[in-house]
Ligand binder design. Structure first.
Ligand SMILES: [Zn+2]
Length: 396
């Protein structure tokens, strides 16, 4: 069977009131902040399917019949659907964050359990024992920060700005830029408090005004001043000086590795991630920041700006395969020009991004319009796609 998904919409204050409504023509008559649509089996907000005329949560359907849904390989490696796909519409920035590695998540989750910290406590870091690698695929221009800049760029940014209050933290890094001196510098900025923090941020915002267009720090300065309207007292305002700032264009994608600081600032995109909720925050948030735990889970290595964009491999005409470096999910974008045939060995979710296609199995046909999604069990074995449209395909 091919099952049409009914997906929960998550309203968060940072979500756009219009982006999802307009792009996917999804009703928003109450003008809510439609931040995310979740397509998956996450127990906290599972999609539903109709089975024999009855609506059931996909998470329950899978746990009642894991062989049918997951197939042998996925069932052995993961006990449930290993991935979650979202449509994400950021009107305002999301917090700067880092996701732990799998090994660190296992240790952190066990130790917080042992300490008896409730799962919903504000100082709880690890919600589950899993890592959370992410991919984001832009549907509109999509502004984000991802990974530390090359060290000489970080030095150039801080050199361009007059910041006597934090000079003592910057100088050791400037004189000897290494992952370890960057870790000390970054932790010192995140740890700024009280009057000292107020002074540093006010020097930052005042100095921004003096940076002209030709200066390397200009791009970061634009983002800092934009963020300062929403977070005027947040240490995250220093983040654009440290992190790559990138605007994906529609159809471009990037991967967000474990232990890499990142933030989504603005735009509509498809996000795919491992089934986890482990987030360590690093700014642009009123929520808890555990600097010590954050630094422990961060790789202080630069990521070259030129390497941020993922280059898909064209396995056949209209079939782009993104080289995902983890086991939890795979991601393709399909633009069928003629019938495409796929063999399933894992559960799959297909989301129609434009126009309309038809998904055909041996026993049925399902039309899929823009914004609609289906889930396909591993044991379906084969399906075909016909029609004209663009489809995001997630499987593992
Ligand atoms: Zn993230």
């Amino acid at each position: 069977m091919i099952y049409k998904l009914m997906n929960p919409i998550k309203n968060f204050p940072w979500g756009s009131r219009t982006a999802i409504r307009d792009y996917f023509v999804i009703d928003n008559s109450n003008f809510e902040h439609q931040a995310e649509i979740w397509m998956g089996a996450h127990p906290s907000a599972s999609s539903s399917i109709s089975q024999a005329g009855v609506d059931v949560f996909l998470c329950d359907a899978i746990s009642n019949n894991p062989d049918y849904w997951l197939g042998k390989g996925t069932k052995e490696n993961f006990s449930s659907l290993p991935f979650l796909m979202k449509i994400l519409a950021a009107e305002e920035p999301l917090s700067i964050q880092v996701h732990p590695s799998k090994a660190a998540a296992e240790i952190g989750f066990a130790s917080e359990n042992e300490l008896g910290i409730p799962l919903d406590a504000p100082n709880r870091n690890y919600k589950d024992p899993n890592h959370k690698p992410e991919l984001v695929y832009a549907l509109t221009p999509y502004l984000a920060m991802n990974g530390f800049r090359e060290f000489k760029q970080i030095v150039a940014n801080f050199d361009a700005i007059d910041l006597p209050a934090i000079e003592a933290f910057f100088l050791p890094f400037k004189q000897d830029p290494t992952p370890s001196s960057l870790a000390d510098f970054f932790a010192a900025i995140l740890g700024l408090e009280g009057e000292f923090k107020v002074q540093a941020i006010s020097q930052l915002l005042n100095s921004l005004k003096t940076i002209d267009k030709d200066n390397f720090a200009y791009q970061a300065s634009l983002l800092i001043s934009r963020l300062s309207h929403l977070y005027p007292e947040d240490v995250g305002l220093f983040a654009p000086l440290f992190l790559n700032v990138i605007e994906l264009q529609p159809g471009e994608a990037m991967f967000l590795y474990a232990e890499t600081p990142h933030a989504y600032i603005h735009g509509l995109g498809v996000e795919v991630m491992a089934n986890s909720d482990n987030v360590l925050r690093a700014g642009l948030t009123p929520k808890y920041i555990d600097v010590k735990e954050l630094v422990k889970n961060t790789r202080f290595h630069p990521i070259a700006f030129e390497s941020l964009l993922m280059k898909p491999i064209n396995s056949q005409s209209g079939h782009e395969v993104y080289p995902i470096p983890v086991e939890d999910f795979k991601f393709d974008v399909l633009n069928p020009r003629k019938t495409m045939t796929f063999t399933t060995s894992s559960p799959e979710i297909l989301l129609c991004l434009s126009e309309q296609v038809t998904i055909i199995s041996d026993t049925e046909k399902r039309d899929l319009c823009k914004g609609e999604s289906v889930v396909i069990p591993a044991l379906l074995s084969e399906y075909r796609i016909v029609g004209k449209g663009s489809i995001a395909r997630v499987y593992c």
